[in-house]
Design a protein around this ligand. Structure first.
Ligand code: HEC
Ligand code: HEC
Ligand code: HEC
Ligand code: HEC
Ligand code: HEC
Ligand code: HEC
Length: 433
């Protein structure tokens, strides 16, 4: 006994169910896909004549340790390329030939081998003519086994290809799924709650109707408080809608302000989780060791990867984050650090002027960077912020002849100490081109 009006409601509920079900299905899919991919990868490896037998793998490991480990690792580039998935990049026949007589392959003009040789600065790999076919199969089986186990450090979906060869298909990691799934779950739950509410309302109204139908006198007639109508009209519902509405508006206004330029607190994630707390804090590496420009130029500079390599060619070489540095260097592409501090083009700011001449600490403007895991913009960076400081800060005139004279002249006429504003720190043209 469905009322006419409730039919759309029921249809809606069924649609919701279908939506939720298909959504959960769609989001369940990637992991399933990943699993099948891995499975086919395994089958592919097996088909190319490699073994998954523990004894063969152990033998391979032994030969690898004795002959190859000095120059190779599976998940890491050492003297030679990392060998993960090498059995996918090249076929076994090619590998046998190359491992035994790499120079022969290179001299034969094999494009891949020549490119690799060039890439490794023509470091020759020694001949291994003493290895039998079985030995090489064992080594490759060991490499396959290690490749599947993945790098030792946790969570490293990104094992980029190290060679010039593009044939090795890189699986796109299913990474950003997590937060999306969470969102879907939350939205799904909200839907579910609405659904339950709808069903209960329907139930209530049906029950009330049944009771009213059987009512013997006027007094027994029940009033249904939980119809859609009464809820829509209730003050509580009105309040809720207003609240959500205002919330959405507030969100847009705040985002608007941020894009206008006030970005205090902005702390974007970086492509490599570089920690100032660790480097500048714990290990006390000086800021200017990396930010080489602070004392001599307008820009402080973000360090090039070569500076990282001064240490990381030996420190934490197996960490996936450090591996990223190697990969970028190898491909000769700089890391795209996300810029944190950003003045508009119309303003001119010079680090050397403030750090070297003005004698200011980084901390005055950037806050306690050496305590930050992720760099955060701690000052406003507005015009008012610059000007306030210029009004309050005394000119650092120590050991500067030009300032000595200026200071003398200033002090003769003025009891107040010489401020930045007195040397032109408030002139528009000093900060604006
Ligand atoms: C003295 C260092 C050295 C030793 C020892 C060495 N290799 Fe290499 N290997 C290299 C270098 C360098 C390359 C890059 C190509 C080149 O420069 O010839 C390379 C390339 C390779 C490649 C091709 C990798 C690719 O990405 O396609 C394979 C496979 C390989 N080596 C396997 C082995 C095996 C197996 C052993 C041990 C039996 C071994 N290597 C021992 C230095 C070495
Ligand atoms: C080992 C090298 C290294 C040292 C030492 C170092 N930094 Fe950095 N710094 C970086 C790198 C890399 C970035 C870019 C990635 C990031 O923002 O985290 C950066 C970013 C920054 C930024 C943000 C730049 C932007 O995008 O606006 C500031 C500010 C900064 N560093 C200040 C400091 C200060 C102050 C110190 C000393 C207390 C310091 N750094 C020491 C490497 C270093
Ligand atoms: C002066 C030496 C030095 C320089 C230069 C340096 N680091 Fe480090 N880095 C270290 C040390 C020491 C550690 C800590 C190692 C540990 O805890 O075992 C470290 C750790 C790291 C880690 C954490 C590794 C992990 O466990 O995942 C990352 C990421 C990192 N550095 C990135 C960089 C980047 C990017 C640069 C260049 C902008 C850089 N480092 C420059 C010395 C340095
Ligand atoms: C008087 C304030 C002030 C001081 C002191 C200061 N900075 Fe900055 N810094 C800024 C401003 C403002 C920007 C943004 C510049 C821009 O966007 O053009 C900035 C940007 C940076 C950047 C981003 C890259 C660049 O070159 O623009 C780095 C890195 C940086 N500062 C590091 C440092 C370090 C290290 C010190 C200390 C040696 C320091 N700063 C001292 C105000 C300051
Ligand atoms: C923490 C204080 C402080 C902040 C914040 C600051 N400044 Fe300065 N500024 C100084 C000092 C101190 C000097 C004087 C340096 C000297 O002795 O020449 C100076 C000098 C200057 C000068 C040179 C003035 C002249 O007459 O030679 C310019 C231009 C300038 N600042 C621009 C800026 C801009 C743009 C900002 C904001 C993005 C800014 N400053 C923020 C302290 C500050
Ligand atoms: C100490 C440095 C400094 C001085 C002096 C200074 N400005 Fe600015 N001004 C800035 C900075 C930095 C910004 C950018 C602030 C931001 O992005 O919020 C700015 C922004 C502005 C803007 C806003 C542009 C926009 O997009 O919102 C105007 C207009 C402006 N300045 C005009 C002036 C005039 C006129 C004077 C002289 C009376 C002057 N400024 C003096 C540093 C300065």
């Amino acid at each position: 006994m469905l009322r006419k009006q409730s039919i759309p409601l029921v249809v809606g509920q069924i649609l919701c169910c279908v939506f939720l079900w298909s959504a959960s299905f769609a989001f369940g899919q990637p992991s399933g896909e990943g699993a099948t991919e891995e499975a086919t990868g395994g089958a592919g490896g097996g088909a190319s004549g490699l073994s998954t037998d523990a004894a063969v793998i152990a033998k391979g490991q032994e030969i690898f340790t004795a002959n190859c480990q000095a120059c190779h690792a599976v998940h890491e580039q050492v003297v030679g390329p990392k060998l993960a998935k090498v059995y996918e990049r090249r076929d076994v026949a090619w590998l046998k030939e190359f491992i035994r007589y790499s120079q022969k392959t290179i001299e034969s003009g094999d494009e891949y081998a020549v490119a690799l040789y060039e890439k490794f600065n023509k470091t020759p790999m020694p001949n291994h003519d003493f290895l039998t076919d079985d030995d090489i199969i064992a080594i490759l089986s060991y490499i396959q086994d290690e490749t599947k186990k993945g790098p030792p450090a946790p969570a490293a979906p990104e094992t980029e290809e190290t060679t010039a060869d593009a044939s090795g298909a890189t699986a796109t990691p299913v990474q950003e799924g997590n937060s999306t799934i969470l969102k879907i779950i939350i939205i799904g739950m909200a839907f579910l709650l609405f659904l339950v509410m709808g069903v209960l309302m329907l139930l209530a109204s049906t029950l009330v109707k049944v009771i009213n139908k059987n009512a013997k006198s006027e007094d027994d007639i029940l009033e249904n408080k939980f119809t859609l109508d009464s809820i829509l009209r209730s003050p509580a519902f009105g309040g809720m809608v207003t609240f959500v509405f205002l919330g959405i508006i507030a969100k847009f206004v705040i985002e608007g302000i941020i894009t206008i330029g006030v970005q205090q607190g902005y702390a974007p994630e970086q492509p490599i989780p570089f920690s100032h707390k660790l480097h500048a804090g714990k290990y006390e590496i000086e800021c200017k060791y990396c930010h080489t420009g602070v004392e001599k130029s307008k820009n402080a500079n973000i360090p090039s990867l070569n500076i990282c390599m001064n240490c990381h060619n030996t420190i934490r070489t197996t960490s996936p984050n450090i591996q990223k540095i190697y990969a970028h260097l190898e491909n000769d592409e700089p890391i795209q650090w996300v810029r944190v501090h950003n003045l508009p083009d119309l303003a001119y700011f010079n680090h050397a002027q403030h750090v070297k001449v003005g004698g200011l600490d980084c901390e005055n403007c950037h806050g306690p960077i050496q305590e930050m895991e992720i760099v955060r913009q701690s000052s406003l960076l507005t015009m008012g912020w610059c000007i306030d400081c210029h009004r309050e800060t005394n000119v650092n005139a120590k050991g500067n002849e030009y300032y000595d004279n200026l200071l003398e002249m200033h002090d003769a006429y003025n009891r107040e100490p010489l401020k930045v504003e007195n040397i032109g720190g408030l002139e528009c043209s000093k900060c604006h081109y």
